[in-house]
Design a protein around this ligand. Structure first.
Ligand SMILES: NC(=O)c1ccc[n+]([C@@H]2O[C@H](COP(=O)([O-])OP(=O)(O)OC[C@H]3O[C@@H](n4cnc5c(N)ncnc54)[C@H](OP(=O)(O)O)[C@@H]3O)[C@@H](O)[C@H]2O)c1
Length: 509
């Protein structure tokens, strides 16, 4: 199992053919091929493997290999040795064809008769627009490119996000895929789950005895999860983003996955099914914390034009390339949720994500209650000027990016004659503890898929449970018009309203 920790670092034993659908696209260049190269350079791929790039553009093998070699040199997280790159790209081939045409699959099947060049264990990676997922899976199956589960040679299909646009489309997509594949053959990717700190949430919670007893409504005041980006629309992403927005692009998958890991019950064991069962249970207990109006629990925003942190002028969302100038798509979303189970009842869970925010950061902050008696005063200083304030609660922070680590804020006595308390950080940072570059999420996830470990992939009922949480927002978008917020800020003041009745505020730092 992936979470046993070792398997991701062991070599894939069996020869394999990896077919990347959408091989001329951005994800293949920037992430997939560099990740496969690193796995190769570290000796983790089997000695016999072939990577087939599948797309419409008219390339031959040599041209495509040259392009992939350039992508590795540009995007590999580790220095890419020329000779190793040259050896690696010899494993790559190009298959030109249209994914929506059955003939392209028949041609691929004919090539696959040469089983020495194309080993019979097959991983199909669908790095394509979602509207092609169903067709691709149907033709893979009907052309005989996918074996049944339990066959001598395995077939697996990795599906990129987004998985649906709402509950109905996600359910329909699941049903369509399950007509041709078994659930055990489908690997729905959420690359957040491939990040080291995200996996560490589980080990932190369940490998240590001291935190778990206080992870509940008796000790935790609230939990806030933030995923903030400083960028606006990245080149070429406008069209896609305007159709999806922050809620669908970030909240439904990444933020709800973080919520699951920090709030789920301990699984009975570390098998993929046990972990995913616990995630589904907590998602099924989660809902918007609506008192009277849906706006009590949801706030949407759209960034306006202005200047970034370097004083450089930046466009507003509506002026960006490939964005409808009258678009109501949100670039910021904040939610207040509740988890209706014994552990978390009445503990507000606040999520937010946005573009053009003041800082790039992804973190989960678990804020504990303040001590019942205020024996001490707290001191807060800015330069030489210090203020006495009320004592601050402990906060446990899982910092997902950048500077991955786990931090605990505690009050300690400030040196001196007076008895005042100052907040300090007990910290564990990856870079300070291990002088080792962290694996990219895609390295981990590709290797897990090759090993047949689905722990870090999302199961069909899990995806549907995620959409069920968000669906009431999608049904009420008319009542939730986006507010405007300036660039280089933490969204807009209206999102503070979600903290009504909570002892705390967004951690804008
Ligand atoms: N890029 C990212 O950072 C990122 C991050 C997370 C998730 N994703 C997801 O990953 C997937 C791919 O994203 P991307 O950014 O790589 O997209 P992209 O740059 O637009 O690439 C799309 C690829 O699909 C191919 N394609 C399109 N229609 C085709 C057809 N009918 N037949 C054969 N090939 C076809 C295109 O090649 P030809 O034009 O040559 O056919 C191209 O290789 C999407 O689901 C996206 O949501 C991407």
């Amino acid at each position: 199992m992936a979470l046993h920790g070792i398997i991701g670092e062991s070599r894939v034993d069996n020869p394999v053919t990896i077919v990347i659908f959408g091989a001329t696209g951005d994800l293949t260049h920037r992430k997939l091929i560099p990740a496969l190269f690193i796995a190769y350079a570290q000796g983790l791929l089997p000695s016999a493997f072939t990577i087939v790039g599948f797309a419409r553009r008219d390339y031959d093998d040599e041209t495509f290999r040259g392009m992939m070699g350039d992508s590795i040199k540009e995007f590999s997280r580790l220095p890419a040795d020329e000779e190793a790159v040259a050896r690696f790209v010899q494993h790559i081939r190009y298959h030109q064809g249209d994914i929506s045409s059955f003939d392209a699959y028949a041609d691929l099947k004919a090539k696959f008769d040469d089983t020495e060049t194309y080993p019979e264990n097959r991983l199909y990676y669908l790095s394509i627009i979602p509207s092609l997922f169903e067709t691709a899976v149907e033709y893979l199956k009907t052309s005989g490119l996918v074996n049944n589960p339990g066959a001598e040679h395995w077939s697996r299909v990795v599906i990129e996000k987004p998985f649906g646009r709402d509950l109905a489309s996600a359910t329909a997509l699941n049903a369509a895929l399950l007509k041709y594949l078994d659930e055990s053959q489908i690997y729905r990717i959420d690359h957040y789950l491939g990040k080291e700190t995200v996996q560490n949430i589980l080990s932190f919670r369940f490998a240590n005895a001291i935190f778990e007893p206080v992870f509940n409504r008796s000790y935790v005041d609230h939990i806030q999860i933030t995923a903030a980006e400083t960028v606006g629309m990245e080149k070429g992403r406008g069209g896609y983003y305007d159709e999806y927005g922050a809620l669908r692009d970030m909240v439904t998958n990444h933020l709800l996955q973080l919520l699951c890991l920090v709030t789920m019950e301990a699984p009975g064991d570390l098998s993929a099914e046990s972990i995913r069962n616990e995630k589904v249970k907590v998602l099924n207990a989660t809902s918007l914390d609506i008192r009277e109006e849906i706006s009590d629990a949801v706030c949407r925003g759209q960034y306006s034009g202005g200047t970034d942190k370097n004083g450089k002028p930046v466009k507003g969302y509506l002026q960006e390339e490939r964005i409808d100038p009258s678009s109501k798509t949100e670039t910021f979303a904040a939610l207040r949720l509740s988890i209706n189970n014994w552990r978390w009842a009445d503990v507000p869970i606040l999520l937010r994500t946005g573009k053009r925010m003041a800082k790039k950061t992804t973190e989960i902050a678990v804020q504990f209650k303040v001590p019942p008696l205020q024996l001490f005063q707290q001191v807060e200083c800015e330069g030489d000027v210090c203020d006495i304030t009320h004592i601050k609660p402990n906060t446990l922070i899982f910092q997902i990016q950048p500077n991955e680590g786990i931090f605990l804020q505690v009050g300690t006595k400030r040196p001196g004659m007076r008895f005042v308390v100052e907040n300090v950080k007990m910290d564990f940072s990856y870079s300070g503890t291990w002088n080792k570059s962290l694996p990219e999420a895609y390295e981990r996830l590709l290797l897990d898929a090759l090993h047949g470990d689905s722990t870090l992939f999302t199961r069909s009922d899990e995806v549907e449970a995620e959409w069920r949480v968000i669906q009431p927002i999608l049904d009420n978008l008319e009542k939730l018009k986006p507010y405007s917020y300036p660039p280089n800020a933490w969204g807009m003041p209206e999102s503070n309203w979600l903290f009504h009745g909570v002892k705390g505020a967004w951690r804008n730092r």
